[in-house]
Design a protein around this ligand. Structure first.
Ligand code: SAM
Length: 206
């Protein structure tokens, strides 16, 4: 078997049902496979959020939290009030095994409206989540709409997603409308093992 049996197919899932089934099947071996391929974006996102966040005990929602690798990176950067949501029940089950990491974990599809009030979470993260077949570009505006003034949204777009101009288009829409300012943008390593890079962004709500 290849060393990256799921990564080989991760960028070809198209529908929500396919994505959910794909991650349910991958949950048991996800951590080992992405770690073996040098998964770097979680630590890059955590460092970027830490650079601008003035209160690391403020509520942070990790959307598409997966098995908890991204929350581990935020925790490592001293964020102490992390909740997570994900489409896949199996990924959530793995995240739940990381005792004490999360305040709360719940199942959600980013294609649906968020079931919480604006300002519930001071900061929101989406690490390796925003992509065709996972969550559409409009998810960016759905998330920024839920931030309080001064709240931060840290997220990544990998090389595949960057080819779809609608994702950076929604970032531009948020900035051009005066909703958010783009305070961080950095292109760097994502999964070196498959020669994939990503851009990490931080938007701050005005
Ligand atoms: C590449 S993994 C990233 C997980 C974690 N953030 C990390 O850095 O390891 C993508 C995650 O997004 C979740 N996901 C994909 N589409 C989603 C959707 N529409 N709504 C919620 N979660 C979704 C998947 O179930 C999976 O756990």
């Amino acid at each position: 078997m290849s060393e990256k049996p799921f990564l080989d197919n991760a960028y070809s899932v198209e529908t929500v049902a396919e994505t959910k089934a794909f991650y349910n099947d991958w949950a048991a071996t996800y951590d080992a496979e992405v770690t073996a391929n040098g998964y770097a974006t979680p630590r890059r996102c955590a460092r970027a959020l830490a650079k601008f966040c003035t209160d690391k005990s403020a509520a942070l929602l990790d959307v598409g939290c997966g098995t908890g690798i991204s929350a581990m990176a935020f925790s490592g950067a001293k964020f102490s009030n992390i909740s997570g949501c994900d489409l896949s029940s199996e990924m959530l089950a793995k995240a739940g095994e990381r005792a004490g990491l999360y305040q709360d974990l719940w199942q959600a599809d980013l294609n649906d409206p968020f079931p919480f009030e604006t300002g519930t979470y001071t900061n929101i993260a989406a690490v390796g989540v925003l992509a065709t077949g996972h969550a559409p570009a409009d998810t960016i505006l759905q998330i920024t709409a839920k931030l309080p003034v001064g709240g931060l949204f840290v997220f990544s777009l990998n090389d595949h997603t960057l080819q779809d101009s609608s994702y950076e288009g929604r970032i531009a829409d948020s900035v051009d409308s005066g909703e958010c300012e783009l305070i961080f943008k950095d292109y760097g390593a994502h999964l070196p093992g498959i020669e994939l890079k990503s851009t990490v962004y931080v938007l701050r709500k005005r």
